[in-house]
Design a protein around this ligand. Structure first.
Ligand SMILES: [Zn+2]
Length: 451
């Protein structure tokens, strides 16, 4: 099967009018080649297009997919520092207050029922944003935490997480189309390739927000100014290269154009989880005895650690509602740091089952997510240790031993590099590291599984 290629635009510059013209030109260029682009819009940008009377731009975008790229992108405090300050619950509240109305502007101005993808502005990844967008029916989170190096797709916090794998704008500014294609073609055979293009940077020498919102500071609205323009011949060269680069992709049978809607449909089709997970042999879950991790069954699909916990609970209790109760569409991972317990715990099968009955009514709140503390025989352990015990029950053991070293963090955190992920870029105040949010993102790996 050819590698799906998406062409995704971070459509964000609401200051420089030349960016509107670049957007128009890109939309027409793609239409003329029969390619459906995905234009992820900043809410303010959508309003500016309307207020400047750019009906020509809105019209040119009609055949293309429209996504979301935050309310105002770079106005401080941006999403990540806000979420770092506010934590999970208040962060969600804040995002719902600010982002959801802006999504509505985009839907109305572009006359769309649904936005398929949301892109974090300037690496402003936050678990709160993925969850808030997903709960507002945006199924894909793009250019987030995973997959940039290998094009892999992941389910995380209920959303399909899609990587940006190739920054075609920077490449076309620097190299001839053939050289750009040569670099790009290394992505053949991967699960997907996503070209990211910022319309604004094809016509401006610098990023618009670097000029107006550098390093955590806001210029006042009256002082906003467009970034300096590129010389016309440089702009023409970039568009010519981009056009040729797209032709080279189109001519290569190893690649096939996609949009987010198709990617979502095909990914769901490729996984049969909902139908057959009940029949997966319990041996596929045995590694969970040693700590939380995803469960992957070749040619069948994957379950996140949280979904695996639900699956095993359903099996040992005979109550199928556990699958739904711990579904990562309904329940986020642990909001609080899971309880640490450093000693070995020995319990019986009955005591583990009792723990499930006792915690059952406490599960279901978005504010808590997966409980950080699980009762077993008069004491409490973290969900990782409880999952270890439950796995042993499912494997048919009566005497359960939870080893002292069973970790609480899913092994998948290190496997996908979430432990090394960092905030980068010029937007943040110097020294911003987002420790709390990075720790939260790691805990949310309870909802992580390969797509
Ligand atoms: Zn952006």
């Amino acid at each position: 099967m050819p590698t799906p290629v998406l062409i995704s635009f971070d459509t964000e510059d609401f200051i420089g009018p030349a960016a509107d013209d670049a957007l128009l030109r890109l939309a027409k260029l793609l239409t003329s080649k029969g390619i459906r682009g995905s234009f992820c819009m900043v809410g303010e940008k959508a309003r500016v297009l309307r207020d400047r009377g750019r009906k020509d731009v809105l019209k040119a975008l009609e055949p293309h997919e429209i996504g979301f790229h935050s309310r105002d992108h770079s106005i401080h405090p941006t999403i990540a520092p806000r979420c770092e300050e506010l934590g999970w619950t208040k962060g969600l509240e804040n995002l719902r207050q600010l982002e959801l109305p802006a999504m509505q502007w985009v839907r109305e101005i572009f006359n769309r029922d649904r936005l398929l993808a949301a892109v974090p502005p300037g690496s402003n990844c936050a678990p709160q944003a993925i969850w808030a967008y997903r709960q507002a029916a945006v199924p894909c989170y793009v250019g987030g935490y995973f997959g940039a190096a290998d094009g892999k797709l992941y389910w995380y916090l209920g959303a399909l997480n899609v990587p940006y794998t190739f920054y075609a704008d920077g490449q076309c500014m620097q190299h001839e189309a053939e050289a750009v294609f040569e670099r790009f073609s290394a992505q053949a055979g991967r699960p997907c390739a996503v070209l990211c293009i910022h319309p604004t940077i094809l016509v401006h020498q610098k990023f618009w927000d670097g000029v107006n919102f550098p390093a955590g500071t806001n210029r006042s609205r009256e002082q906003w100014e467009p970034a300096p323009l590129r010389p016309p011949e440089e702009i023409e060269r970039a568009f010519a290269r981009l056009s040729k680069f797209l032709d080279l992709i189109a001519a290569d049978p190893r690649f096939e154009w996609f949009d987010y809607e198709q990617l979502l449909t095909e990914t769901r089709r490729a996984s049969h989880i909902a139908r057959v997970r009940e029949t997966w042999p319990v041996a596929h879950f045995a590694h969970l005895m040693d700590g939380p991790d995803w469960v992957h069954v070749p040619h069948e699909g994957s379950l996140s650690p949280q979904a695996a916990l639900g699956e095993l609970a359903a099996r040992v209790t005979g109550d199928p509602s556990w699958r739904e109760r711990l579904s990562t569409r309904r329940l986020p991972g642990p909001v609080e740091e899971p309880l640490r317990c450093d000693d070995e715990v020995n319990v019986t099968r009955e005591e583990v089952l009792n723990g499930l009955w006792r915690i059952q009514s406490r599960i279901g709140s978005e504010e808590t997510g997966l409980p950080a503390s699980w009762p077993v025989n008069g004491r409490h352990v973290g969900p990782g240790k409880f999952l270890s015990a439950l796995t042993q029950v499912a494997l048919g053991k009566d005497e359960i031993r939870i080893a002292a070293g069973v970790p609480e963090e899913p092994a998948s955190v290190a496997r996908v590099g979430l432990d090394k992920w960092q905030y980068g870029g010029w937007l943040y105040k110097p020294g911003f590291e987002g420790h709390k949010n990075r720790a939260l993102a790691r805990r949310m790996a309870w909802t992580l599984a390969p797509a």
